[in-house]
Design a binder for this molecule. Sequence first.
Ligand SMILES: Cc1cc2nc3c(=O)[nH]c(=O)nc-3n(C[C@H](O)[C@H](O)[C@H](O)COP(=O)(O)OP(=O)(O)OC[C@H]3O[C@@H](n4cnc5c(N)ncnc54)[C@H](O)[C@@H]3O)c2cc1C
Ligand code: SF4
Length: 569
Amino acid sequence: MNLNTEAEKKNTYDAIVVGTGISGGIAAKELTEKGLKTLVLERGRDVKHPDYPTATKDLWQLENANKPTQEDLRKQGVQNRTGYTTNQDTKHWFVNDLEHPYTEKEGTRFDWMRGYHVGGRSIMWGRQSYRLSPMDFEANAKDGIAVDWPVRYDEIAPWYDYVEQYVGVSGQNEGLAQLPDGKFLPPMELNCVELELKKTLKEKFDRAFTIGRTAHATAPLAHMPWRGTCQFRNLCARGCPYGGYYSSNSGGLISAEKTGNMTLRANSVVTEIIYDEQKGKATGVKVLDGVTGEQMEFYANVIFLCASTMGSAFIMLNSISNRFPNGFGNDSGELGHNIMDHQLGVGAGGMVEGFEDQYYFGRRANGFYIPRYRNVGKDKRDYLRGFGYQGGGSRQGWGSLVAEMAIGEDLKKMASTPGRWTIGMMGFGEILPDHANRVSINKDKKDIHGLPTLLFETNLKENELKMRVDMKNDAVEMLEAADVKNIHSYDNVTGIGLGIHEMGTARMGKDPKTSVLNKWNQVHACKNVFVTDGSFMTSAGCQNPSLTYMAFTARAADFAVSEMKKGNL
Ligand SMILES: Cc1cc2nc3c(=O)[nH]c(=O)nc-3n(C[C@H](O)[C@H](O)[C@H](O)COP(=O)(O)OP(=O)(O)OC[C@H]3O[C@@H](n4cnc5c(N)ncnc54)[C@H](O)[C@@H]3O)c2cc1C
Ligand code: SF4
């Protein structure tokens, strides 16, 4: 008996999916439901729905009043750059920066927010889910920027329909060209101060204003009966034991598991793609067991890289062979380049008077959305593209107990009296693809596994900085028009990455000389490898991108299986 052949057989599958985050969860579901025996490899620990350790903890049960300790800050100094993700209730979803370091080229900054565990960032994501529009898919060609998308909106629209219905996205159809409608669950409600701002924007600026489109089940989902409807408790980033919002853990991975076709292997760091020069295709992946340090190989007919934009870039850049001396599929020299994100940290807020007799119930885990209006229709600016705003109106501090020193009846009354209404909005602006914004392998710095790490060189450029001026001024102007008081504006310029929407390291395009992937998310130079996380994005739009990753992943899986059936892969 040939032991090697036996081992190879045991480690051979129809498909391999690398990563279990938003794109990996959909890839696993689609490939297994289409009958493929699929190995799903995840570098981090296992997390099973509904076991989220802090989900039901009260504030007093969390250490250090839910703030990061000095020790946390030492270990998660980069992850803490957001200022909101590494509190005690959520810090376990973010990496230890000392174990998983990276380097920023001098004078540049990149904020890389990561979660290494089953479910990836689908556990902590903000769930805002918007489609790119026809205008977004045409923008590069029209502006002469980077390369043209090889896909147009009409081709991807059915796949947006498909994933919206599977995931469960609640929202309101508005009939806007720049923000296409979708297949939505019932929308959440705008509150009184938000409705007032909506009225002002329509009357004074002819701008749209809608409730956030969010991946929360506002009605039962017949196809995912194990998920409950959202209870409006707004503790989502801890993980939702009800499955009130969509994550891979509560969605795609459970659907995949039910087929009986999925093998999920946690603690499996994929280090390289194995390329067979004679066959002219990839045959599998090399894996380092994160716990035992054992090195293994797994084989499959088709490989889906869903390790996140930077995770997949790492694997490809680290996969060197005679055929691909500069990284897997990197004939164009574009692998690792054209990094995009959404720029934020700029906006305004203030106080609203005149609604003191109005209340709301529950904690709506959602806000309002002002779709892009700059460089739309007749509007023309001295920069390209545009931005949308996300924001919310709410009542502040219920009672001012400490200051008043009240007791008895008075104390009760104060504790149940809501404070002032406030409203605020923050811009999400498009970042243009630029060859100079790049990531490469750094062999001089190693991670906890002894693997090389990534070196980033990214900066906001002139177009983005010009856009920020409008992002701030427009927010102030709109709030002033709505008679909001005590308006304060801010512009905290940060690095690329803090939008946590990193994209573009293996862009798709029509020409293999200038792009890494074709229109089906296939590596131009190796057709049985698909990359369907944010790496493929040719431009960024200004809409939160994860829904787009899901739509392209489902489409690519469908294409891969039909190609396999035809014997083309
Ligand atoms: C606080 C926060 C708020 C956000 N809000 C929104 C929002 O409102 N809307 C929106 O659209 N997006 C939002 N995002 C972004 C969203 O989470 C990402 O776009 C999305 O998760 C990306 O999906 P992905 O599958 O590419 O990567 P991830 O979800 O990050 O998953 C990648 C997975 O691959 C694994 N992996 C990486 N390298 C390897 C390897 N070598 N071998 C094996 N496994 C590997 C990782 O451990 C991880 O599990 C938010 C993110 C955060 C953190
Ligand atoms: S608001 Fe909804 S989705 Fe978020 S934790 Fe509560 S029930 Fe879950």
